[in-house]
Design a protein around this ligand. Structure first.
Ligand SMILES: C[S@@+](CC[C@H](N)C(=O)[O-])C[C@H]1O[C@@H](n2cnc3c(N)ncnc32)[C@H](O)[C@@H]1O
Length: 392
C-alpha cells in the first residue's frame, strides 16, 4: 500500500503531501480507528485513512473541495470496475458537434444552474462550447460512479482549460484574461483533456485498491452507511461526538496566505453559485488572503483558530492524538514575523488543552516553495503532535 495523492486529480491550493497523513495514521493508530481532518481540503487525510482501513471523517468549508471529496469517495468503492467506467465515459463524450451552440442549451434549461455567462469571460468561445457540452453530459448522467468521475474532472480542468494562465491568485482576484491570453488558448481541446484526466483518475484509484487489506471492504461498507464528509465550519459543528476520534491529522489554513473559496471561482460558477461578498463559504473561511489588508486580520485568525482548537480537543478520545502540520515562517519581513507569532499563539493555546508530545521540523521541497511567490519565503514546516491524556 502506498499514499494516494489527491493533488494528481485537482490543483486545489496548499494541500499537504499524502505521505504525512499516511505515515502518521499508520504509526499512531490501528485498523478500524477513527481519523478526522477538520480542514479537510480535497481529502488527503480522508483517503489515506480509508486506504489503511481506518474510518475517516472530514469537515471542509469550501463547497468545491467537499464535493470533490464526496465524489472521490464513490470511486473508492472496492466493487467498481474502474477501467470499464473510464472507457464508457470516454465513449459517451465522443459526440461533440461543433455546429451546435451548447452554452445556449444551458441558458434555456431550467433543470439545473450553471452560471454560464460568468464563465464565458474566462474561456474562448470554442473552449466554452466544449465545456458546456461536458456540463450537459454530466448533468444527464444517471450512473453515480460515472457522474462522480465526471464531476471531479470538470472541476479540475476548469482551470487548465481557462485563458487566465497566471496562477490561482488572478482567478481569486477576479482578473479576467485579456485578449492576448484568449488568443493563445483557443486551440485547447477541452474534451481530450477531460478524457485523459478521467482515464488517469480511474486507473490511479483502481491501482491503489489492488493493495488494500482484507478488511477494506468491511470498513468501506460501514463508512458508506453514514455521513462522514461535512461541508461545514469546523468551529460550529456538532455532528461528530465528543471523545470519539482516535487521531486528527490536519493542516489548518495559514494566516492571510490563500483564498481557498475564491481560487475555486470557476467551479463555483459551474455549480451555479456566485461569489458575491455575502457568499457563505467566503464568510466562514479562516485566514483568507483577501483579508490581508485588514487591520485585525492576524488577531482574528488567532481567535478563529482558538475556537477550532476547543472543538477539536473535545472531539478526540482519551489517549487519542492531534497532529497539526503548520508552516515555520522566517523573519524576512514584518508580515512573516506577524504570521510566525500567530502560529505560535495557536500552538500555545492548544498546549493548554492537550499535551504536546513532539514537534518535528520538515524542509518544504523547492517545487512547493516556487508554487506561488508568496510561498517563496516558506522554507520549513512543523508537525506538532498532541495527545489527550486527561478529560477536557
Ligand atoms: C491547508 S488547506 C487543507 C488542505 C488539505 N490538507 C489537503 O491536503 O487537501 C485548509 C482548508 O481549510 C478550509 N477551511 C477554511 N476555513 C474553514 C472552516 N472554518 N471550517 C472548515 N474548513 C475551513 C479551507 O477551505 C481549506 O480547504
Amino acid at each position: 500500500m502506498y499514499p494516494f495523492d489527491c493533488r494528481k486529480h485537482h490543483w486545489y491550493p496548499a494541500t499537504f503531501i499524502p505521505a504525512i497523513p499516511f505515515t502518521l495514521i499508520e504509526i499512531l493508530t490501528q485498523p478500524q480507528a477513527t481519523i478526522y481532518d477538520p480542514f479537510s481540503g480535497i481529502g488527503t487525510t480522508y483517503f489515506q485513512a480509508l486506504l489503511l482501513s481506518r474510518k475517516p471523517f472530514a469537515t471542509e468549508n469550501c463547497t468545491v473541495a467537499a464535493e470533490f471529496t464526496k465524489s472521490m469517495f464513490l470511486l473508492f468503492d472496492p466493487g467498481l470496475d474502474h477501467l470499464t467506467v473510464a472507457n464508457e465515459i470516454c465513449r459517451e463524450t465522443e459526440n461533440f458537434d461543433s455546429q451546435k451552440i451548447y452554452p445556449d442549451e444551458i441558458r434555456k434549461t431550467s433543470d439545473f444552474t450553471v452560471l454560464i455567462d460568468e464563465l464565458s469571460y474566462w474561456y474562448t468561445p470554442n473552449v466554452l462550447n466544449k465545456l458546456a457540452y461536458l456540463f450537459l453530459l454530466e448533468k444527464k448522467e444517471k450512473d453515480m460512479y460515472k457522474k462522480a468521475a465526471m464531476r471531479i474532472t470538470i472541476s479540475a480542468i476548469l482551470r487548465t482549460t481557462c485563458c487566465q494562465d497566471r496562477g490561482w491568485g488572478c482567478i481569486a482576484d477576479n482578473m479576467k484574461p485579456n485578449e492576448a491570453q484568449k488568443k493563445d488558448a483557443d486551440n485547447v481541446d477541452a474534451i481530450r483533456i477531460f478524457q485523459n484526466h478521467v482515464k488517469r483518475l480511474l486507473s490511479d484509484v483502481g491501482n491503489h485498491l489492488k493493495f488494500v487489506s482484507d478488511d477494506y471492504r468491511v470498513v468501506y461498507k460501514e463508512v458508506t452507511s453514514k455521513k462522514t464528509i461535512f461541508q461545514a465550519d469546523n468551529r460550529d459543528f456538532n455532528e461528530i461526538a465528543d471523545n470519539s476520534i482516535d487521531l486528527v491529522v490536519t493542516s489548518p489554513t495559514y494566516p492571510n496566505m490563500t483564498d481557498y473559496v475564491k481560487s475555486q471561482r470557476l467551479s463555483y460558477y459551474w455549480l451555479g453559485l456566485s461569489l458575491t461578498k455575502d457568499n457563505a463559504d467566503g464568510l466562514r473561511e479562516i485566514g483568507a488572503r483577501r483579508k490581508r489588508g485588514m487591520k485585525d486580520s492576524i488577531s482574528n485568525y488567532v481567535d478563529d483558530m482558538k475556537k477550532t482548537n476547543e472543538k477539536l480537543a473535545r472531539t478526540v478520545s482519551e489517549g487519542g492524538y492531534v497532529c497539526f502540520v503548520l508552516p515555520e515562517f522566517g523573519n524576512f519581513n514584518q508580515n512573516d514575523v506577524e504570521r510566525k507569532g500567530s502560529i505560535q499563539q495557536v500552538i500555545s493555546n492548544f498546549s493548554t488543552l492537550l499535551s504536546k508530545e513532539k514537534e518535528i521540523e520538515r524542509i518544504v521541497p523547492a517545487g512547493r516553495k516556487s508554487h506561488n511567490i508568496k510561498w517563496a519565503t516558506l522554507e520549513k514546516e512543523k508537525i506538532y503532535i498532541f495527545r489527550k491524556n486527561k478529560k477536557v
